[in-house]
Design a binder for this molecule. Structure first.
Ligand SMILES: Nc1ncnc2c1ncn2[C@@H]1O[C@H](COP(=O)(O)OP(=O)(O)OP(=O)(O)O)[C@@H](O)[C@H]1O
Ligand SMILES: [Mg+2]
Length: 235
């Protein structure tokens, strides 16, 4: 079963979603009291944030930016978890903690009970290859790779053969409506088409967890609804 975390528009910063915990069931993803402060000395600013200083006060007094302020949430297997919030409220920052593109200033992130901060380089690479895929807000495609090479990149990293990689990549390219464009480069495509390449790449790796940071934002309404149906099919 797949589930997605989609970071989308509108919602307040600092929203804490903490469903009741059971002692018998482990959440797929658990985020406990996570703080992220951007700046030259985040740890020194942490006590002020914990004492309740606002984001504006922290910026004015210390020049640091509060990205996340005490976020806790649990996501269960099979769940589609959507986080909505205003621009700059921390959605991208939060989602990037799950695959450790960003490390927290404080707090814990557990995936299937494993603290992601405890992973060494090798386990982290393995974890990113096989556990999670991500669709980036700004697409994150390789400009020097073609569509099919971009879509197949995760599979290449998983060690799949050329034949299998191309077969799966073509299926996903077709699923997102880009058949015929497989040998083009990202800069030959529109923004929405590039976003669909990112989506196809994430779908191709068939991971348990899909992280989607505004994955449908660059799509027109018709294609957006097609992609939502596609998501429902794979989930
Ligand atoms: N690398 C960084 N260095 C400094 N500050 C950062 C960095 N990344 C994010 N921030 C700050 O963290 C806060 C949250 O940013 P983030 O990108 O997570 O917002 P967002 O909710 O994804 O916004 P949007 O809807 O516009 O994508 C913002 O105040 C931003 O200025
Ligand atoms: Mg964002």
């Amino acid at each position: 079963m797949q589930f997605m975390v989609e970071m989308n528009f509108f919602l307040c910063f600092n929203v804490i979603v903490a469903p009741a915990k059971s002692f018998f069931k482990m959440s797929k993803i658990e985020i406990n009291n996570v703080y992220k402060i951007f700046g030259s000395n985040p740890k020194s600013v942490l006590p002020m944030v914990k004492d309740g200083a606002t984001k504006d006060e922290i910026l004015e007094k210390t020049g640091h930016t509060v990205g996340l302020d005490n976020v806790s949430l649990n996501i269960e297997e099979g769940e589609t978890f959507v986080c909505m919030g205003l621009s700059g409220s921390g959605k991208s920052t939060l989602i990037r903690h799950l695959n450790r593109l960003i490390d927290p200033t404080d707090g814990d992130i557990l995936i299937e009970g494993t603290n992601v901060m405890s992973l060494n380089t090798e386990s982290l690479i393995d974890f990113r290859r096989h556990k999670m895929s991500m669709v980036f807000q700004r697409f994150g495609l390789f400009p020097h790779k073609t569509v099919i090479q971009n879509v197949g990149y995760g599979l290449e990293m998983q060690g799949k053969s050329d034949e299998e990689r191309n077969k799966i990549s073509m299926e996903k390219i077709e699923a997102v409506g880009l058949t015929g464009f497989e040998n083009q480069y990202p800069n030959q495509l529109s923004g929405g088409m590039q976003q669909r390449v990112g989506l196809a790449r994430a779908l191709a790796t068939n991971t348990d967890i899909m992280l989607m940071d505004e994955a449908f934002s660059a799509l027109d309404p018709l294609i957006r609804s097609d992609m939502h149906f596609l998501y429902l099919e794979v989930s």
